[in-house]
Design a protein around this ligand. Structure first.
Ligand SMILES: [Zn+2]
Ligand SMILES: [Zn+2]
Length: 146
């Protein structure tokens, strides 16, 4: 299924096809800052499933999450998408807010970097508090997704 995405100002229009690998809440301090929110609502796709013209996005790496390249819109300065790895071996992280129809997305499956949370969350989802357990949860999912 193809889904339309865009950054908050709409300058960057892109689309994803294929099934999302997982949707999760990220409480890391970088997300808190970039999204200007207590946590980010993120959906993970294979990078090959994303079609993005890449015209008005600036990518910058952040030390703590070395492998992740965060793309910020040149116009609204909000996150467009983040990527990890390249092409067939890469993954894309897209916030649920950037989907034209977020209702078509799966339910969130877990919280990561819960140790740096700004607010306690009352739900039954698994909560991975530190860097190590959060990374581990990702690797397991990525392995399962092939
Ligand atoms: Zn924008
Ligand atoms: Zn984060």
């Amino acid at each position: 299924m193809e889904q339309a995405c865009q950054c908050p100002c709409g300058v960057n229009q892109f689309s994803v096809s294929g099934e999302p690998i997982v949707r999760f809440f990220c409480h890391c301090t970088i997300c808190q800052k970039k999204y200007d929110a207590p946590f980010a609502d993120v959906v993970l796709f294979k990078l090959n499933d994303v079609t993005m013209p890449d015209q008005a996005v600036s990518y910058g790496k952040y030390k703590r999450f070395v492998a992740i390249d965060r793309g910020i819109c040149d116009h609204c300065h909000k996150p467009v998408m983040a990527k990890m790895g390249k092409d067939g071996k890469g993954y894309a992280f897209i916030t649920a807010q950037n989907f034209t129809d977020p209702n078509a997305l799966p339910e969130s499956a877990m919280h990561v970097f819960y140790g740096t949370r700004k607010t306690d969350i009352q739900d039954a989802l698994p909560k991975h508090s530190n860097w190590f357990s959060s990374q581990l949860a990702f690797f397991k999912l990525l392995k399962a997704a092939g």
